[in-house]
Design a protein around this ligand. Sequence first.
Ligand code: NAP
Length: 455
Amino acid sequence: MPIASINPATGETLKTFESLTKAQIEEKLQRAHDTFSVYRESSFTERTTMMLRAAEILDQDKSELARIMTLEMGKPIKGAIGEVEKCAWVCRYYAENAQQHLADMVIETDAARSYVKFQPLGPVLAVMPWNFPFWQVFRFAAPALMAGNVGLLKHASNVPQCALAIENLFSRAGFPQGSFQTLLIGSDAVESVLRDRRVAAATLTGSEPAGRSVAAIAGGEIKKTVLELGGSDPFLVMPSANLDQAVTTAVKARTINNGQSCIAAKRFIVSTVVYNDFERRFVEQMKALKVGDPLEESTEIGPLATGQILKDVDQQVQTSLAAGAIILTGGKRVDRPGNFYEPTVLTNIPKGSPAYSEEIFGPVALLFRVNDVDEAIELANATTFGLGASAWTSDEAERDRFINGLEAGCVFINSMVASDPRLPFGGIKNSGYGRELAEFGIREFVNIKTVSISK
Ligand code: NAP
């Protein structure tokens, strides 16, 4: 796939870029290596000043940065502005908390003094997806840079302008040249970068096949990885739930970012007691969503990010329908230029169909009816993924059963799953391993060095 910005709302090619040559990659790797040897010695005070400046620039330039995102990958502009604001938040969070998260940890032993010291690892390769083209990068970069590592970004090939804007932003914030570099390369060039002895570790946010590939290569080189992969999050609704709130949140949780979010609620598992009511209201609200130009403030659903995603989503829907699923609304592309797909709701989804077991990365909701909590938990866990889960109930016993029984990296009760710099984020099963954000995230790419000084 060439490295190109193509406006998914119109199909217009905005800009194309040449992939870096081998010599250019070599230059950037050496620069990362050389920069690390100096940058690792910088103080938390120095890093904090630069990270706070990055937050300020994000705030100042948010309209322009949001517009780049919307033009490259079709996110509604309101969401794009919110995304830039969230990046400023994560910069401030780590600027204010990194030193404390990485402070020496004294542990009493027989020695005169023993403690744990956290030290940076070196250049970390970040392979990132297009769906939250700023947020995904910042939630890696802010803790990595505050810990004293340096970053090498291999962004998705359809968001090169976002990738370059982020590199530029860190440079304007005062971070030394070489501490955060964008590599405009295709996925075929990832292997040689990852195998390079100067690269210490890697993080990948993206699909399961990409995660498997990067983790296998890194495993061969004995390099640490963090993987943030796909999800097919359940959204469980029990009879005691506040149905008004549950329905409105369900629609938002499924359609945020045009339905292209790893933690979007994808499977709605609803008690038979309230199922009919939920289905009717949910379908009504999905039908009422405003599909249109993502640059318009009032647009709720923009285009899918690429023509390939549009094809994949439609094929998953059509195959599921052929296998016996029933369509309640939507189910086809919108008749206009660009990669628009109708907000879609399916029910009666047969086991073995794509809608039952695969992640659908678009505005397609899957409704399931269950008899009780046991059945709800069993169905929620009947997936290879384990990223997030949202459960709706006002019954405390039910709530505790969901918290204990759901196989996921997080459980949100009576709200939708969302990332927050203060809370760890990540999955289990085929959704990946390792954690981003909070104290857990900044400790992923550090040497946890034990120090023992004898009496
Ligand atoms: P993708 O195709 O896996 O691409 C993600 C990144 O990996 C891109 O930079 C891509 O580069 C690169 N890549 C693809 N195949 C590779 C390979 N074999 N070796 C090395 N790099 C490779 O994923 P996507 O379609 O862009 O993103 C959607 C997926 O990301 C969904 O499954 C979603 O759930 C997941 N996601 C997870 C999280 C999370 O936090 N858990 C967050 C957001 C998204 P090219 O663009 O050059 O191919």
